[in-house]
Design a protein around this ligand. Structure first.
Ligand SMILES: *[C@@H]1O[C@H](CO)[C@@H](O)[C@H](O)[C@H]1NC(C)=O
Ligand SMILES: [Zn+2]
Length: 386
């Protein structure tokens, strides 16, 4: 009977599913701001995305190249892959348009394909053909920028975790991170099942039949996705993001709890009670604190409402677990020419970046592996050496 005990506890650990562990206040306070890099005119990360980038056009190629350059320069440990497909569209006069998804992956060292479960962070980078000159700042230039910045913040901590002896416990699930920058989300004429989601439909279909070696933990790359976190239409002020799916409400609650903590810590720049705003206000009374993720308390019976058609659909149809971070209602500028750089609320963009980064940090169990002070010193050294 005694022998059974360790066995039982082993089983219960394995059956817990994804481990998740909270970040400390110090870590949350230390998460770096995008600062200059999100400047809409000069910012190294965001500005190059803020251009027309309709699938198959030179703008799309330029933005894709920007992503590749960003990873190659800043994140050499990430593996980059293109996923290419092509399709005619209602406006292409029978011509095939190329759709190119970019997949950036960071797995723990010495892990086989098929052994790693990945937190998958997703946004689409194409912009809509109409109205003429449409930039799609919230749709989804800003979400792409958030993901690049998050990847860079997580990178050094992942290295440190995987180099440390306690970073890779045998009982641990083997966890990696993946970023999908998808092409062809927008309809060319009007949204239908075939005129939309060009890149994600092709990717989900291909991944379904890309089998990992027999006996792998995960059957194919779809099965390797532990959670598909899709960001869309983010960057306008005052977003309200419901919890769309019962099966991932637990993950939504984790993100909502982080948002609450970041607000309490004064780390949410868009908050009406941010220390800088309070200092400027004559009347120092705190205002009602908003919450982007406002449905943490939703009960099991609350999941009746509709959901939004987006890049997760082809993945969800194949059984992938989805956390959809998209506001309802959509931003006022949605699919209007006004969805441009000038209409972004940069405090909100920054807050989303911090929140998504923190969520990924908790998912990847990175507490204790961030070293912001050292990073800052390094940055300073690099700047002064130039
Ligand atoms: C996919 O597209 C990329 C970017 O245009 C290109 O560099 C690459 O060669 C293509 N891959 C294949 C297999 O066609
Ligand atoms: Zn759109």
């Amino acid at each position: 009977m005694l022998l059974l005990l360790p066995l039982l506890s082993l089983l219960s650990i394995l059956s817990l599913g994804s481990a998740y562990s909270t970040l400390s206040d110090d870590t949350l306070n230390g998460l770096p701001s995008p600062g200059d890099e999100f400047d809409i005119k000069q910012g190294k990360i965001l500005a190059p995305i803020l251009q027309e980038r309709v699938s198959g056009t030179p703008g799309s190629t330029a933005v894709l190249q920007h992503f590749v350059d960003f990873f190659k320069t800043n994140l050499p440990k990430w593996t980059l892959e293109f996923h290419n497909s092509s399709s005619t569209t209602p406006t292409s006069n029978g011509k095939k348009i190329p759709f190119i998804n970019l997949i950036a992956t960071r797995d723990p060292p010495n892990t086989g394909v098929g052994e790693v479960g990945r937190l998958t962070l997703v946004a689409h980078y194409d912009s809509k053909l109409t109205p003429k000159g449409f930039i799609g700042a919230t749709d989804s230039a800003a979400p792409c920028a958030m993901l690049l910045h998050a990847a860079r913040t997580l990178d050094a901590a992942l290295t440190k975790k995987w180099e440390s002896s306690d970073g890779l416990d045998e009982l641990d699930e083997v966890k990696g991170v993946q970023i999908l920058l998808l092409d062809g989300e927008e309809a060319f004429h009007s949204w239908t099942d075939t005129d939309s989601l060009y890149g994600s439909r092709a990717l989900a279909a291909d991944w379904e039949t890309s089998f990992h070696p027999a006996m792998s933990t995960y059957r194919n790359p779809l099965d390797s996705i532990s959670l598909f976190v899709l960001l869309d239409l983010l960057g306008a002020s005052g977003p309200r993001v419901p919890s769309y799916f019962k099966t991932t409400h637990w993950a939504y609650k984790h993100m909502a709890a982080l948002e609450h903590r970041l607000r309490e810590l004064g780390q949410f720049k868009s908050s009406p009670n941010h220390p800088k705003k309070l200092a400027k206000r004559q009347n120092k009374k705190e205002r009602d604190e908003p919450q982007f993720l406002h449905e943490a308390d939703k009960g099991d019976n609350g999941f009746l409402g509709g959901f939004v058609q987006d890049d997760h659909v082809p993945f969800m149809a194949r059984g992938v677990e989805i956390l959809h971070i998209i506001p309802t209602p959509f931003p006022k500028v949605w699919h209007e020419i006004e969805d441009d750089a000038e209409h972004l609320d940069m405090d909100t963009v920054e807050d989303w970046t911090r929140l998504v980064t923190a969520f990924a940090g908790e998912w990847m169990e990175l507490e204790g592996f961030f070293d912001f002070k050292k990073d800052k010193r390094k940055e300073y050294r690099e700047k002064t050496e130039l």
